[in-house]
Design a protein. Structure first.
Length: 267
């Protein structure tokens, strides 16, 4: 079946026959062909990029898990090397609840143990190492050369272990932040002791008030008993005992010339 012909108006034939018209028609056809081409699917992010996304979202625990996964495989290449540095970053980030300077020291030391580090990478790892020491990390922590815990190289996993320069780890003579950290810990301990002493003082005051109340009660009872002891005994009225009173001798009174008319008479 024959296709229908597209007729071009007479007034526009001159435009299409011109060189400029030919170029315009070619561009239109090219644009139509490119529009019909399939759109390539987006490339999935690498595991390392997933870790960066977790870190950007503030999920430090998930980011650490991803970076540890990358750093555990030697075939991860440059991403594995960078993962070690980011693990050291995470262990020094004060926003990370699980941050610890000892972990940062070990990750930086593992990176410095890798062969083929560039000068820039070495300086970065050394800066992370001494920063962790400044935050109080143990300077005696070292990497086991037999079992370093992570991949000892990244790329060429089936090849012999390449030689590397045996460089000593950096040394930090004076740790300002470490001393401040110890002072902060000592201050926290003294604060807790002070709070405990304040609590003990409050308890002693309450106990003292209770004892004082008991003392006041006993003193009041003792004073009441003393008042009772001072009162006269009026329960039984006894007559005076006169059985031993001697009757006056009237004869003796007359001899002595004493007038007995005034003398009291005995009952």
């Amino acid at each position: 079946m024959k296709g229908s012909l597209i007729r071009v108006p007479t007034r526009k034939r001159g435009i299409l026959s011109a060189p400029g018209g030919t170029i315009a028609l070619f561009l239109l056809l090219a644009a139509g062909c490119s529009y019909l081409e399939p759109v390539p699917e987006p490339v999935a992010p690498s595991v390392f990029e997933v870790g960066l996304g977790r870190l950007a979202d503030g999920d430090f625990a998930a980011a650490e898990l991803v970076f540890r996964q990358v750093a555990s495989r030697c075939e991860s290449g440059s991403d594995g090397r960078r993962a070690l540095l980011f693990l050291s970053f995470l262990a020094l980030d004060p926003r990370n609840p699980a941050a610890h300077p000892d972990s940062a020291v070990l990750m930086a030391a593992r990176f410095l143990n890798l062969p083929g580090n560039t000068r820039e990478e070495t300086l970065e790892a050394e800066a992370l190492y001494v920063t962790a020491l400044d935050y109080g990390a143990d300077p005696e922590l070292r990497i086991d050369p037999v079992n370093p815990g992570f991949a000892v190289r990244f790329g060429d996993c089936n090849q012999p272990f390449p030689p590397r320069e045996d460089r000593p780890l950096p040394v930090l003579d004076s740790s300002t932040s470490g001393r401040l950290r110890l002072l902060d810990e000592e201050l926290d301990s003294l604060t807790r002791q002070n709070q405990q002493l304040r609590y003990t003082v409050r308890q002693l005051r309450l106990s003292s008030d209770s004892v004082q109340a008991q003392v006041d009660t006993l003193q009041a009872e003792l004073e009441r008993i003393r008042q009772l002891l001072r009162l006269p005994d009026t329960a039984v009225a006894r007559r005076p005992d006169t059985g031993l009173v001697r009757v006056p001798d009237a004869t003796l009174f007359r001899i002595l010339g004493i007038d007995t008319t005034w003398a009291p008479s005995c009952p």
